[in-house]
Design a binder for this molecule. Structure first.
Ligand code: PMP
Length: 282
């Protein structure tokens, strides 16, 4: 399918980047993944704002205006076969002789591609998914949406090796997030998530879920959550661009929840799932 590289559109297999690109040598770049429904980007402005914040934090100038990002996105989206897509973009610091310092006046490398969305299966929605847990051994800047994803890759593979969909991470006994999603619990009907910090990626779904909770009359709270609280929660959920909102019903082989709802997706999940489906098509 059509992708975008430095102002040009072409087939994925034809596009080439220099081996001296700092994205390749250092993972020195920022990325975004945006959900596309019916060829429309959901929460485009929020993703653009996060991109701009992240580029600023690592001192890469934003190479395109919001209008130019949108124009390039539209062309890539229109050329793809699927109506629902995941739009990926990345900006690296550019091509330069290999040296750690940020040489001035580099031209950022800009890349964008799209893939068909892989929505959760009905089975995953109705039965929930399995996760494992691990110590959060990644670096201390989880707030940066950087292409340096080795920590996340190693964490994700631990769950893949166990046939689970995600690895939930704890730092000093407190929940941070999962390898490629944010983690939420429901307790006494309220939705609880980790506070925003340098250890957690501020998923765009923080704000989406806050709004959906408000609509649904579900209390929404961000506060430090202990490992014990997560394991004892009524419900556990994941959120991300690709997962939307997904119920977790097994953690390290133990069933989540209590009583008749043990091991089953719960009512807070069910309401947020329906609200999300409405919002994304609105
Ligand atoms: N945490 C991590 C580590 C992630 O990779 C992602 C997905 N990009 C998220 C959280 C969720 O963020 P979003 O809702 O913006 O997809």
């Amino acid at each position: 399918s059509l992708c975008y590289l430095n102002g040009e559109f072409g087939a994925l297999r034809d596009m080439k980047v220099s081996v001296l690109d700092r994205g390749f040598l250092f993972g020195d770049g920022i990325y975004e993944v945006m959900p596309v429904y019916g060829r429309r980007i959901f929460r485009f402005d929020d993703h653009m704002a996060r991109l701009a914040r992240n580029l600023g934090k690592i001192r890469i100038p934003n190479p395109l205006s919001s209008a130019d990002w949108l124009a390039a996105s539209r062309r890539v989206i229109e050329a793809a076969a699927a109506e629902d897509q995941l739009l990926y973009l990345q900006v690296t610091r550019g091509v330069a002789p290999r040296e750690h310092t940020m040489l001035p006046d580099l031209t950022p490398t800009v890349f964008m591609m799209t893939t068909p969305t892989r929505a959760a299966t009905p089975e995953q929605r109705h039965q929930g998914v399995a996760c494992i847990t691990a110590r959060d051994f990644r670096w201390e800047r989880g707030d940066l949406k950087t292409t340096s994803l080795l920590g996340n890759v190693l964490a994700r593979q631990m769950s893949a090796d166990h046939g689970a969909v995600e690895t939930i991470l704890f730092r000093n006994g407190m929940l941070t997030e999962a390898s490629s999603s944010n983690v939420w619990i429901a307790s006494e009907g309220a939705l609880l998530g980790s506070p925003k910090s340098e250890h957690v990626l501020e998923g765009i779904r923080y704000e989406v879920l806050r709004e959906l909770c408000e609509e649904e009359g579900i209390a929404y709270n961000l506060r430090p959550l202990s490992e014990a609280e997560v394991r004892a929660a009524d419900e556990v959920m994941l959120s991300s661009t690709s997962k939307e909102i997904l119920p977790v019903t097994r953690i390290d082989g133990e069933l989540v929840g209590h009583g008749a709802m043990r091991g089953k997706p719960g009512p807070v999940y069910a309401r947020l799932y329906e609200a999300y489906q409405r919002a994304k098509r609105a």
